[in-house]
Design a protein. Structure first.
Length: 273
């Protein structure tokens, strides 16, 4: 018996990275999964790989920023698998070149960040909720980001968009909890998706992991397993929460990396004396 056996799940942005991990893990645990993505060819390939491994999966095209497209993906899921129990609103991002600091972000970058993160999540929830309510309940999991928490030097639009996702998650949990719908978000820290693995300089990865409490930076499955848990009935008493999966990036004193160096220097000095 899988952890989400027999449930029907829709994952947005499922052709790559975190969404792909969540879709694959839920299929491994018995869910019937629809992978929805702007890159439909990649979503189809991913669904085929899941089927080859013995899971149940289909793919569909999606532009998460268009209400009609989101509705079509939800309709496709309900028609293909006979309902919907789990909605994972995972699409998000920004325009890195123009989503800058407060004085320099362009209006287009601001609008796009709110559209791709907050509004896309709203569209996903609006389309999914009638099915979840008709089924007597279900689970919504939204991908937020630790960017919503720490003050960032750039990405003012992205931070606002992800903060909106966390806030909406709490309100939706309050609004539909009595009808059996749980709604939670996951906030990843830096996650080495294939694109990040390829493009981020090693010096950046080393700098980042130096501030983590654990040795490594995150991998897609670190987030995928959290989404799987929140989607499953194991999390039946958890709603309105934002789970931070960041390797302890924010739990330490901010001065800890510098303190570590100081303690090492003090120890060396003591040995010499
Ligand atoms: N990777 C990280 O370090 C990190 C950290 C914090 C939060 N996140 C969040 O995790 C989520 C997934 O990111 P990822 O790193 O796995 O990205 P990714 O680039 O590996 O995958 C994103 C997928 O979304 C699809 N997509 C993009 N725009 C779309 C749209 N409008 N409609 C439908 N599909 C669309 C892409 O085609 C791609 O397949 C995002 O919300 C992101 O903000 C990522």
């Amino acid at each position: 018996m899988g952890r989400v056996e027999g449930k029907v799940a829709l994952v947005t942005g499922a052709a790559s990275g975190i969404g792909l991990s969540a879709a694959t893990l839920m299929a491994q645990e018995g869910a019937k999964v629809v992978l929805a993505d702007l890159n439909e060819a990649a979503a189809q390939q991913a669904a085929a790989r899941i089927r080859e491994a013995g899971g149940q999966a289909q793919a569909t095209t999606l532009n998460a920023t268009e209400r009609a497209s989101v509705q079509a993906a939800v309709d496709f899921t309900a028609e293909t698998f006979g309902g919907l129990n789990i909605m994972v609103n995972n699409v998000g991002g920004n325009r890195p070149d123009t989503d800058l600091d407060t004085l320099h972000i362009t209006d287009e970058a601001w609008d796009f960040a709110l559209l791709l993160n907050a509004t896309a999540t709203l569209y996903g929830c609006q389309a999914a909720l009638p099915h979840l309510l008709a089924a007597g309940g279900g689970s919504i999991v939204n991908t937020a980001s630790m960017a919503h928490r720490g003050g960032d030097l750039v990405r003012i639009g992205y931070t606002a968009g992800k903060a909106a996702v966390v806030a909406m998650t709490r309100s939706m949990a309050a609004q539909y909890g009595k009808q059996g719908v749980r709604c939670n978000s996951v906030s990843p820290g830096l996650v080495l998706t294939p694109a990040a693995e390829q493009h981020l300089p090693q010096a950046f990865k080393d700098m980042w992991s130096g501030y983590n409490a654990v040795p490594d930076v995150g991998r897609p499955d670190d987030i995928g397993y959290t989404i799987l848990f929140l989607a499953s009935d194991e999390a039946r008493h958890i709603t309105g929460q934002n789970i931070e999966v960041d390797g302890g990036h924010f739990v330490s004193q901010p001065t800890n990396p510098a303190m570590r160096v100081m303690y090492q220097q003090m120890a060396q000095q003591a040995q010499q004396e």
